[in-house]
Write a protein that binds this ligand. Structure first.
Ligand code: HEM
Length: 495
């Protein structure tokens, strides 16, 4: 995309800062600025570019996103827990209370995202929140649709906790939760990372599974805290039901998470270790792996022990049929207890602690996710990094800079810029030739004439870089009828 704006012909000489703000394809505001000069003086590189103000808003945006993820997933997950996992005992009202608080917080988080987006897009800080035009632009985008679906999902989730009919409440919790989690896929990276059908499907499954898991863990924590003093068999049943649901959910979450990761990184080790996105993703996966290890231990050891312990506790005493009928002499054949009261209490304590650790670690994972979704995906970083070769060499008159775009086999554009020692563009020649050769393929030099684009600036676009390999590009500036200045660059060209 090319955007151009004509300069006023009356601009006085001096240094200017050109600043732009656009909404990128995945919905993030992108802003940048560059310096340019009018007249013959050097460009003042100390001129302000207005960067730091954005930083504050970007951090606020990540925080609003974190709040929204945390509370929306909690609301949806708790409603699911109440409708499908809980035994509908009275303490469900406590969970419902938390789900309602989470619903309201999610709406605040969404409002925060709108304000931050408006501030970033307009550069007007807080006053953007009252600017109808800017708010209209923000809402008339994928973000508007995403938050619209989110609010509808949250309303359904809220109704599910309000309604008396259990089946209707299950339907509302299920579809409301799906809409809440699915709303995330309408805005963000998954709308831009191809294949888009895979990113979108994986995003919906991933977020829905995250809601069931996170909301379920918090639901379980609340149940365990409420029923601490008197562990009963019904609590063990809730734990067991959640453990089974979580096993399926976590498998879906991991599979969808890996699909998303593949799409966002291109599946290369380089993308994982050399980009901020890749490193954040690795930390996220590492923490998830620790949570999974704890969850695996709970499921394979602790939960069966708890269920067995509570079943043994509530089992009726077995009467020996062969014993005499006289109640006075009847012997109760009590099976030797497998779990003592102390062991049962220890197991419940262990479970409570494990669930608390899991819940805390999941909050950290969501915090990392809120940053991850605001960072340029590793695949884009790598693709952009490879697309430009930018080299500068010293020459007697100062420096010469060569930029080759996209530095891939096929048509490329080359920019050559001469500058003096202070960085000011200088005219060393009126004509400039480029010689392309590829020594490894024994390709002899091909010579091409460039076009002059400005003081010391020459451009050439052509298909000469047609084989991958390290090309020798020599720029030849004819400085007088009898002399020329030759500068040689090694330019890697990829497929
Ligand atoms: C195997 C572990 C995991 C992997 C590989 C993984 C990977 C990913 C990736 C690549 C994204 C896309 C980020 C982007 O938009 O660029 C994502 C988003 C997300 N992940 Fe995970 N994740 C994992 C575990 C978790 C866990 C444990 C949770 C929380 C319970 C979670 C919650 C989320 C959420 C809420 C999103 C944002 C969805 C959106 O806004 O579109 N993830 N994850």
């Amino acid at each position: 995309t090319t955007v151009s704006v004509a300069l006023k012909p009356t601009l006085p000489d001096g240094t200017y800062v050109a600043t732009y703000r656009v909404l990128s394809g995945d919905g993030h505001p992108v802003s940048a600025s560059f310096l340019f000069g009018v007249g013959s003086g050097p460009v003042d590189k100390t001129a302000a570019t207005g960067g730091p103000a954005n930083r504050v808003w970007e951090i606020s945006g990540a925080f609003a996103r974190f709040l929204m993820y945390l509370s929306a997933l909690l609301a949806a997950g708790l409603a699911f827990f109440v409708a499908f996992i809980h035994d509908q005992d009275e303490d469900r009202w406590r969970l419902i209370g938390w789900a309602r608080i989470a619903t309201i917080t999610a709406v605040f988080g969404a409002a925060g995202i709108i304000i931050v987006q408006a501030a970033l897009l307009s550069g007007k800080s807080l006053s953007a929140a009252t600017d109808g035009g800017v708010l209209g632009d923000v809402l008339d985008s994928r973000l508007g649709w995403s938050l619209g679906v989110l609010v509808m999902g949250l309303i359904a989730v809220h109704l599910s906790t309000d309604i008396r009919n259990h089946t209707a409440s299950q339907v509302l919790a299920l579809y409301g939760g799906l809409a809440t989690a699915g709303s995330f896929a309408i805005w963000g990276h998954s709308t831009e990372l191809s294949p888009i059908w895979l990113s979108t499907a994986a995003d919906i499954v991933h977020a829905a599974a995250a809601a069931v898991w996170f909301g379920g863990i918090i639901g379980l924590l609340l149940v365990l805290r409420r029923r601490t003093d008197q562990p009963v068999a019904s609590t063990a049943q809730i734990v067991s039901r959640f453990s089974s649901a979580a096993a399926i959910t976590v498998a879906l979450l991991a599979a969808a998470g890996l699909a998303l990761s593949w799409n966002a990184t291109g599946g290369t080790v380089d993308a994982l270790i050399s980009t901020t996105y890749g490193r954040l993703l690795l930390v996220k996966v590492l923490i998830t792996a620790v949570i999974l290890a704890i969850a695996g231990y709970n499921r394979s050891r602790l939960v069966p022990a708890l269920v067995q312990g509570e079943a043994q506790q509530s089992a009726p005493a077995v009467v020996d049929a062969a014993a005499p009928a006289d109640p006075g002499t009847a012997t109760k054949d009590e099976p030797a207890p497998m779990f003592t009261d102390a062991q049962r209490a220890t197991n419940w304590g262990l479970l409570r602690r494990a669930v608390l650790i899991e819940a805390t670690a999941l909050v950290v994972v969501l915090g990392i996710t809120a940053v991850l979704v605001n960072v340029t995906p590793a695949r884009t970083v790598i693709a952009t990094r490879d697309r430009v070769v930018n080299q500068t060499q010293s020459v007697p008159t100062g420096t010469v800079n060569l930029v080759v775009v996209p530095a891939r086999v096929g048509e490329n554009t080359l920019h050559i810029q001469y500058a003096d020692a202070a960085g000011k563009p200088i005219d060393v020649a009126n004509t400039l030739t480029i010689e392309f050769s590829l020594p490894s393929a024994e390709l002899a030099a091909i010579s091409r004439q460039t076009a002059k684009a400005g003081p010391g600036h020459f451009i050439y676009t052509g298909p000469e870089l047609s084989i991958s390999g390290t090309w020798t590009v020599t720029v030849v500036a004819r400085t007088s009828d009898f002399s020329e200045q030759r500068t040689t660059f090694s330019v890697p060209i990829r497929n």
